[in-house]
Structures are given as C-alpha cells and as structure tokens.
Design a protein around this ligand. Structure first.
Ligand SMILES: NC(=O)c1ccc[n+]([C@@H]2O[C@H](COP(=O)([O-])OP(=O)(O)OC[C@H]3O[C@@H](n4cnc5c(N)ncnc54)[C@H](OP(=O)(O)O)[C@@H]3O)[C@@H](O)[C@H]2O)c1
Length: 258
C-alpha cells in the first residue's frame, strides 16, 4: 500500500517546500490550503516531475465545517501515515491595539486546527504503531519577549503539545517532531520588512525544509534548523528539567512566608 502525507498550508512557502521534498522522496500527497488554484498548479507540477499521486483538498482551517472535512480524511483514510501540520498565520501588531477578530483567527488556525488535526490522525497512527506528525512551531516559542505577544504564544503551545505527544505517542511507535524555523523567506513576511532584516538571519525556504527533514530522519523530536550546536537546546531542556523536583511542595517557598 502506498502511503500518503497530508500537508496543510501547502499552497505557498514552507508547506509548498515540504510538498516538493516529500514528492521527491516518492511520497503520495494530499495538499490542503484555501487557494485551490495554487494547490492544483503545484499538484500538476509534482505529478509531472516526481511521478507521485497528488490530491488537493481546498479548505479554510479556520472554518468549523472545513476543519471537520480534513479531520474526517485524517481519521478515515488508512493510507495517510504522515501529517505536516504547517498552516499558520502571523502578523498581529501591538497587543494593546489588537483586533479581537484577528486574534481569534490566529489562535483558531495556529492552535485549534493544529491540535484537532493531530488528534484526528493520532488514534490510527497509534493503532498502527507507526507514522509521523510534524508540527511547525517557530523559534519565537523560545523568545516570548522578543516578537509580538500572541503569535509566539501560539507557537509555544505547539512546542509544548509536541513535547507531550512525543511522550505519549512516541512510546507507541509514532514519530512526533516540532520544527522551529527562524526567519525564513516566505509570504508570511511583509517583503519590505524582510528586506530590512540582515541577510545572515534569513534562511531560504528549501534549505529550512531540507534541514527539518534531516532532523526527522535523525530521529529528533525538536529541530531548530539554524541552531549551530544542538547541545545548547539540550542545556535549555536540562535547566528546565532541573526545576521539576521543586515545582510542587506542601509549603510556599521561604521568600513568600512572613
Ligand atoms: N516564514 C517564517 O519565517 C516562519 C518562521 C517560523 C515559523 N513559521 C511557520 O511556518 C508555517 C508556514 O508559514 P510560511 O512561512 O510558509 O507562510 P506562508 O507562505 O504565508 O504560508 C502559509 C500557508 O498557510 C495557509 N493558510 C493560511 N491560512 C489558512 C487557513 N485559514 N486555512 C488553511 N490554510 C491556510 C496558506 O494558504 P492559503 O492562503 O491558500 O490558505 C499558506 O499555504 C506557519 O505555521 C508559520 O507560523 C514560519
């Protein structure tokens, strides 16, 4: 049986690059995004160039009915063994000026849809003891004080969810990876804004996805494509783990007691 990867946000940027790279690895694909014309153009190119089967599933993952259609496919299609949970938006301004409707859309896509799609495929992958869920977080998950307020918080959610799923699903043979890109040249950025960022901080999208897939191949749970020394992230995890024995005690710490 040929297995398929379902990629959300495949109509541009990182999702499109995942589609390209996975097709070249011989994987059949299901491409999800709102822009059906862009999905069909990409699907036609990949069928012709890579000889794989590519379906498109146009959907707005911010809409309950569309999200339910994609969930149903992940739940029911036995041939899907990989979810690339990539669709996401950014672009909020200062929190004090935030439009509540925009924040709702941001959280619905970056948090709710990511969670529900992972939950839709998880039971089948666990039952099969195989498969993969790749969640696109961001380095902003590690720097809540360095960007805007809500986007990094959504990505911290994705990272925390992924780490928890690694414990639960990883024990059952399912690979779960969080990818934390730094600044990557895609349409998520205002191009004028991007041109003002030092070039040495901006990665091309193909290089980013190649690195993320290399991390997956190496069995990494968290892949930070730009980080030169993986031991720096290990040290961060070790510092966090060192807090654990002291995070829950019968009495408050001395500094809080008069
Ligand atoms: N580029 C970066 O610097 C960077 C850094 C860290 C993390 N990331 C993360 O990487 C992921 C991909 O971003 P990108 O940089 O590739 O951005 P992008 O080029 O803007 O692509 C975003 C994709 O998400 C889709 N999408 C947006 N809203 C959607 C909706 N409501 N329903 C379904 N699909 C929707 C878009 O397609 P349609 O418009 O056709 O729906 C598009 O395919 C995001 O999760 C982002 O947060 C990006």
């Amino acid at each position: 049986m040929t297995t398929k990867a379902l990629i959300t946000g495949a109509s541009s940027g990182i999702g499109e690059a995942y589609a390209d790279r996975l097709a070249r690895r011989g994987r059949d694909l299901i491409l999800v995004a709102r822009n059906a014309a862009r999905l069909e153009t990409l699907a036609a190119r990949l069928r012709a160039e890579a000889g794989v089967s590519v379906e498109i599933l146009p959907a707005d993952l911010g809409r309950a009915d569309d999200l339910a259609r994609v969930e149903a496919m992940l739940r029911d299609d036995e041939t899907i063994d990989m979810l690339v949970n990539n669709a996401g938006v950014a672009g909020e301004g200062p929190f004090a000026d935030a439009d509540p409707a925009f924040l709702t859309g941001l959280i619905n896509l970056n948090v709710l849809a990511v969670t529900r799609l992972a939950a839709a495929i998880a039971p089948r992958l666990v039952a099969n003891g195989a498969g993969a869920i790749i969640n696109l977080a961001s380095v902003t998950a590690l720097m809540p004080d360095g960007f805007t307020a809500v986007y990094p918080a959504t990505k911290a959610f994705v990272l925390a969810l992924t780490e928890a799923l690694q414990v639960e699903l990883g024990a059952k043979g399912v690979r779960v990876q969080a990818v934390l890109p730094g600044i990557t040249r895609t349409a998520i950025w205002d191009q004028e804004q991007l041109s003002q960022i030092p070039a040495e901080m901006v990665m091309e999208v193909g290089e980013m996805v190649d690195a993320a897939l290399a991390g997956l191949d190496q069995g990494e749970g968290v892949t930070i494509p730009a980080l030169p020394d993986a031991r720096d992230f290990d040290a961060y995890l070790a510092a966090r783990a060192a807090l654990r024995p002291n995070l829950s005690h019968r009495h408050a710490a001395d500094r809080y007691r008069s």
